[in-house]
Design a protein around this ligand. Sequence first.
Ligand SMILES: C[S@@+](CC[C@H](N)C(=O)[O-])C[C@H]1O[C@@H](n2cnc3c(N)ncnc32)[C@H](O)[C@@H]1O
Length: 283
Amino acid sequence: MSVPSPSPSPSPSPSSSAASLSHSAVVGRLRSAGCVFAEDEADLLISTARTPGDLAAMVERRVAGLPLEHVLGWAEFCGLRLAVEPGVFVPRPRSEFLIRQAAALARPGAVVVDLCCGSGALGAALAAALGRAELHAVDVEPAAVRCARRNLASLGGRVHQGDLYEPLPEVLRGRVDVVIASPPYVPTASIGLLPPEARLHEPAVALDGGADGLGVARRVAAGAPRWLAPGGRLLIETGERQAALAAEAVAAAGLDARVAYCEDFDATAVIGTVPAAGRNVAR
Ligand SMILES: C[S@@+](CC[C@H](N)C(=O)[O-])C[C@H]1O[C@@H](n2cnc3c(N)ncnc32)[C@H](O)[C@@H]1O
């Protein structure tokens, strides 16, 4: 399946020649497996499959419970189509809120770091929104790094493997305009409550944020001042109930912190800003 540099998502065409299984047969199979959006999923599977055999295999993988995006090999995020490989976190629609907030605060040409980048979807979307960006992305998981490299190559983005800021080039210290991060933020005790698609098919390192879900987010906040430029911004996606504690962590790092919430996306972002010169920011 060839998927792509991030490109605007084309509409699916259910009339693909790959369809030897009829559309209604695919819908029926998906519906009997409990897929709520069976019609839409059938359109996407039929338009993505290259051959009838491909389609049959994809339908079976979906029926077996794989996330739709892992079956398709791509996900749509902020209007872009991005490769998503098995074992890599599927970008969630709610993260579009973080990107909208970041895009409103940054300028074209900004130096952007996408920490905990997964497929690289957030960095790709922010770079696309800005038109031009110097983009660096980091993930600890080799599969995510491979996938992000596929997605960010056409944008000139560099993808580094390692723990948070550790693999970033030293030359970025004090030069980063925007750090975005959607770290794992599910409390360990709640992992078992996630839908099976996430629990069984996304790696624990992408989901498990430790006892209160903020283990990684706190380290993202603590490390930010060393990398941010004067006036630079840190945006962390978190859960609504964790927002106050996440904002405390951002403030403890010496940044001006605020919380933004969007009901439509059911999304929460904690936004930190390097204060004007003269205030004490730990570097
Ligand atoms: C919730 S997923 C988000 C992925 C991506 N930002 C998105 O929204 O689609 C969290 C990601 O953080 C990565 N991760 C977890 N701990 C990390 C660490 N210490 N350093 C770098 N990446 C980490 C995981 O491998 C996973 O890809």
